[in-house]
Design a protein around this ligand. Structure first.
Ligand code: F6P
Length: 326
């Protein structure tokens, strides 16, 4: 097994709180094992445009508590083009980089896998997304901070909902996944939680609102954005049209992506960053660090055609129904 000497790290796709803690862990672990470390700015785009710089211990000082990513990030669909990747490989060779750590989601790991296939380089992924929807790991960096941010917002909205006896639809992120909505809805005492995995028609929702056992003093429905951010406005319109009850809409949007990472996100990020470097040193490649059954392990990159992690929490919806009705 050839020894690696120079590793690079980049962040790609949507930012997630805790990414900086993971970058810090990668950099400091690598330096501790006598590797040279390079930061690639702006994700794969920066790799192609040679926006690369050597990092030292000081480069990652005072960042563990910051949201976002000090390396900046981008969504870069052009990386699907093999000619674009050729330029990326040239730059990796120019800097004699022999291993790459990619922080991001499954789209970013597809890029990492292709690079690993086409160049003489080891690749490892660290799962970062507030959606917690990556197949192969029970947890992704950023999820805990996002759900706490959303929960704080709901608690605040609840004050107004109660004071005015208003109804609210609060829309949270998550793309194709309802995991964020589920946790936030349950912890926030939502009356209903609408997630993309379990379809509820407006007629069914209206029926449930009608058959409430008690008159609510202000009600909150948590809506996962699903594939249509802003879909809550239409739902509110339809409810009002059908039964004349007004629901105000609050779309939490990108507030959920920023902010100081929680203990959980900093801890998972620090340990995943460390394990990423260790697994590269052990000769592993084309792998993702995963947190499964309370252990850090390496698994294959998620297969590109599998999509988001399946939802396996149907029972929570029923429990939430019981808790919000009594
Ligand atoms: O994947 C993270 C996420 O925040 C999703 O929850 C959301 O649908 C999407 O990114 C938004 O992406 P963008 O910031 O590119 O609009």
């Amino acid at each position: 097994m050839t020894k690696i000497k120079r590793i690079a790290v980049l962040t790609s796709g949507g930012d997630a709180p805790g990414m900086n803690a993971a970058i810090r862990a990668v950099v400091r672990s690598a330096l501790a094992f006598d590797l040279k470390v390079f930061g690639i700015y702006n994700g794969f785009e920066g790799l192609v445009s040679d926006n690369i710089e050597q990092l030292d211990n000081k480069s990652v000082a005072n960042c563990i508590q910051r949201g976002g990513t000090i390396l900046k990030t981008s969504r870069y669909p052009a990386f699907k083009d093999p000619n674009v990747r050729k330029q990326a490989i040239k730059n990796l060779q120019k800097h004699k980089i022999d291993a790459l750590v990619v922080l991001g989601g499954d789209g970013s790991f597809r890029g990492a896998k292709l690079l690993g296939d086409e160049a003489d380089i080891r690749t490892i992924g660290i799962p970062c997304t507030i959606d917690n929807d990556i197949i192969g790991t029970d947890y992704t960096i950023g999820f805990d901070t996002a759900r706490n941010t959303a929960l704080q917002a709901i608690d605040k909205i609840r004050d107004t909902a109660f004071s005015h006896s208003n109804n609210f639809l609060v829309e949270v992120m998550g793309r194709a996944s309802g995991l964020l909505a589920m946790d936030v809805g349950l912890a926030g005492g939502a009356e209903f939680i609408l997630i993309p995995e379990i379809k509820v028609s407006v007629d069914e929702l209206v029926e449930r609102i009608r058959s409430r056992k008690r008159l609510k003093m202000g009600s909150i429905i948590v809506v996962a954005e699903a594939d249509k951010p802003g879909r809550s406005f239409k739902i509110a319109e339809q409810i009002e049209k059908k039964i004349g009850i007004v629901y105000k809409v609050c779309v939490l949007g990108h507030t959920q992506r920023g902010g100081t990472p929680t203990v959980r996100d900093r801890e998972v990020a620090s340990l995943m960053g460390y394990h990423a470097v260790k697994s590269l040193l052990a000769g592993e490649t084309h792998k993702m660090i995963a947190y499964n059954q309370e252990r850090y392990v390496t698994v294959d990159f998620p297969a590109p055609d599998l999509g988001a992690r399946p939802f396996a929490q149907e029972d929570l919806l029923e429990i939430n129904r019981i808790l919000s009705e009594s």
